[in-house]
Design a protein around this ligand. Structure first.
Ligand SMILES: Nc1ncnc2c1ncn2[C@@H]1O[C@H](COP(=O)(O)OP(=O)(O)OP(=O)(O)O)[C@@H](O)[C@H]1O
Ligand SMILES: [Mg+2]
Length: 482
C-alpha cells in the first residue's frame, strides 16, 4: 500500500508535470502568434477607421479655408463640433494643422494651448507629398504617454496641400482589448491544465498505476517465498506484455523452487536410510543386543553403508561442481578402447556373479579421442555399471566404438527390459530411479546426470535407444583424433 502511494505520487506527478509543461508551452506559442496577429489586425482596423473619419473631417477643412473671411467663424464652430464628435467616437485626440504645421483646431479644450504652435513639422514634409505619416511613441511635452500617431494629409482635387489631420491615441487605449484576449487565452490554458490533470489522473490510474502496483504486490509476495502467486492482467499493451513476462518468470522460479525442494528432500532421504541402519547396527553392538560372533557380519554391512554414503556424497559434490562450472576439464588425447577394456576388467566380479556375456566390438584396435581421461573413465564406469545393474540374469552386454565423420560413437548395449516410454525423458534427472523398489538399495539416481553433465561440458551428446525385444543402448559421441 505504501509503495502504491509512492508509485502513484511519483508517476502521477511526473506525468502531470510533463503534460503541464507541454500544455503551457503550446499555449505560450499560440498566445504569441495570436497576439502578433491580433495586434496587426487591430492596428489595421484602426487605420481604416481613422482614414474613414478623416474623409468626414476633410470637408470642414476645405470649407474653412475656402470660405470668405466672415463665414469662417460659423464653419469653424461646425468643424470643432465635428472634431469633438469623431474624437469621442474613436477615442483619439484630433488636431488640425495648416500647411506650415501650425495647429488651428483641436478636438478637446484641454489642448487649446496647442493652437498656433508648430508641431509634427517633420511629418508634414512627408504628408505634403500625399503620404500618410505614422509613428508610435511620445512627442515632447504634448504627448507624454506612449501613443499611436496617425497623420493624414488634406489635399484637394487640384493637389493643393491644406495641411494635415493628426490623430493620436494612447497605446494603452489600443491595447486594452488585446489584454482581454491575453486574459482569455491564459484562463483557457489554466482550465486545460486542470482538466488534463483529471484526465491524466484517471487514465494513468487505470492503465498504468494500478497495474504496476498489482505486479509489484505479486513480486513482493514471490520474493517472500510465495512462488505460486501470479499477476492477473489481460490488457493488450506493454503492461500486459510485462505481466505476461512476469508470470513466465514466476513460472520458472516456481520450477526452480520445486526442483530445489525435491533435491533437498531426495538428498536427506538418501542420507537418512544408511545413517539409520549404521546407527542401529552400531547401537546393537554397543548394547550387546547383537551377539559377539555376529559383530563382524553387521560391521561389514555398516562398512558397505558407509561406502555407499561416501559415494553419494562424492557424486553430489561432483554434480554440483560440474553444474557450477568449477570443473576444469583437462583435455588429453588417449585411446578410448583401452579405457573400455580397463573399465570392464574392474567389473569382473559382478560380471561373473551375474553370469553375463560381455563383449567389445571395435572398428579399430586403437581409437584415439580428445577429452578429460578421468572424467571419461567416470562416464564409462557409470554406463557399464548401469548395464550390469539392469541386464537380465545371464544376459548380454556389448560395448562398441565406431567412427562417424569427425566423431567416435561409443555405445553400451545390455539385453533385458526396455526403459518405459514415460521414464525416457526423466532418466537424466537427479535422483530419478524408474523402478524404485528394486533399485532402492543399490542406487541413488545420480549416475546418468553426472554422465550427461560431463559429456555436455565436453560439447558432446548422449542419448538412449530402446531396441524392441532385445535391450537398451546408451550412445555418446567423442571427438576423434586421426
Ligand atoms: N542400461 C539400463 N537399462 C535400463 N534402465 C536403465 C539403464 N540405465 C539407466 N536406467 C534407468 O535410468 C535410471 C537412472 O539411472 P542412473 O544411472 O542415473 O541411476 P541409478 O543407476 O539408478 O543410480 P546410480 O547410478 O546413482 O547408482 C535408473 O534408475 C534406471 O531406471
Ligand atoms: Mg547408474
Amino acid at each position: 500500500m505504501k509503495f502504491y502511494h509512492r508509485l502513484k505520487k511519483g508517476l502521477f506527478s511526473k506525468m502531470v508535470f510533463t503534460y503541464t509543461i507541454i500544455i503551457a508551452l503550446s499555449f505560450i506559442i499560440i498566445a504569441a502568434f495570436l497576439s502578433v496577429w491580433f495586434q496587426n489586425y487591430y492596428f489595421n482596423q484602426r487605420r481604416h477607421q481613422l482614414e474613414k473619419e478623416s474623409l468626414f473631417i476633410k470637408p470642414y477643412v476645405f470649407d474653412f479655408f475656402k470660405n470668405r473671411e466672415d463665414d469662417r467663424e460659423y464653419s469653424a464652430a461646425q468643424r470643432d463640433e465635428a472634431l469633438k464628435f469623431f474624437s469621442a467616437y474613436s477615442s483619439a485626440d484630433i488636431w488640425l494643422e495648416d500647411k506650415s504645421g501650425y495647429v488651428y483646431a483641436v478636438s478637446d479644450e484641454k489642448y487649446q494651448s496647442l493652437i498656433a504652435r508648430q508641431i509634427f513639422t517633420k511629418g508634414l514634409e512627408e504628408m505634403r507629398f500625399n503620404k500618410i505619416y505614422e509613428m508610435t511613441g511620445t512627442y515632447g511635452d504634448i504627448i507624454k504617454n506612449q501613443s499611436h500617431i496617425y497623420g493624414i494629409p488634406v489635399i484637394d482635387s487640384d493637389s493643393t496641400f491644406y495641411g494635415a489631420i493628426i490623430m493620436s491615441t494612447p497605446l494603452d487605449e489600443i491595447r486594452s482589448p488585446l489584454k482581454n484576449v491575453y486574459r482569455i487565452i491564459w484562463i483557457t490554458a489554466i482550465f486545460a491544465i486542470i482538466i488534463s490533470c483529471f484526465i491524466i489522473y484517471y487514465f494513468s490510474e487505470r492503465i498504468l498505476i494500478k497495474q504496476l502496483a498489482a505486479i509489484n504486490a505479486v513480486a513482493k509476495k514471490i520474493s517472500k517465498g510465495d512462488v505460486r502467486k501470479r499477476v492477473e492482467i489481460n490488457s493488450n499493451d506493454e503492461i500486459g506484455e510485462l505481466a505476461e513476462s512476469f508470470n513466465y518468470m514466476a513460472d520458472s522460479l516456481e520450477k526452480v523452487e520445486k526442483a530445489r525442494r525435491e533435491f533437498i528432500s531426495n538428498v536427506s532421504h538418501e542420507i537418512r536410510s544408511p545413517i539409520t541402519s549404521i546407527k542401529g547396527f552400531i547401537g546393537g553392538i554397543l548394547d550387546g543386543v547383537i551377539p559377539r560372533d555376529k559383530e563382524n557380519y553387521y560391521l561389514s554391512i555398516t562398512y558397505e553403508e558407509i561406502q555407499r554414503l561416501t559415494r553419494l556424497v562424492n557424486d553430489l559434490l561432483d554434480l554440483s561442481a560440474i553444474e557450477a562450472g568449477q570443473f576444469k576439464l583437462r583435455i588429453d588425447e588417449f585411446d578410448i578402447n583401452e579405457i573400455i577394456r580397463l573399465t570392464v576388467i574392474k567389473f569382473e566380479t559382478k560380471i561373473k556373479e551375474k553370469k553375463l556375456d560381455v563383449d567389445v566390438c571395435f572398428n579399430l584396435e586403437h581409437q584415439y579421442v580428445a577429452g578429460d581421461r578421468d572424467r571419461l573413465i567416470q562416464v564409462m564406469t557409470n554406463l557399464i555399471d548401469n548395464a550390469i545393474k539392469y541386464v537380465n540374469e545371464g544376459g548380454k552386454i556389448y560395448i562398441c566404438t565406431k567412427v562417424k565423420g569427425e566423431k567416435v560413437l561409443v555405445s553400451v548395449f545390455n539385453s533385458g527390459p526396455l526403459i518405459a516410454k514415460e521414464d525416457l525423458p526423466h532418466i537424466w534427472d537427479r535422483f530419478y530411479k524408474s523402478d524404485k523398489s528394486r533399485t532402492q538399495k543399490i542406487s541413488t539416481g545420480l549416475g546418468l546426470p553426472i554422465v550427461r553433465n560431463i559429456l555436455t561440458q565436453h560439447g558432446e551428446d548422449i542419448w538412449v535407444e530402446n531396441k524392441e525385444g532385445e535391450g537398451v543402448t546408451f550412445i555418446f559421441t567423442l571427438k576423434r583424433i586421426k
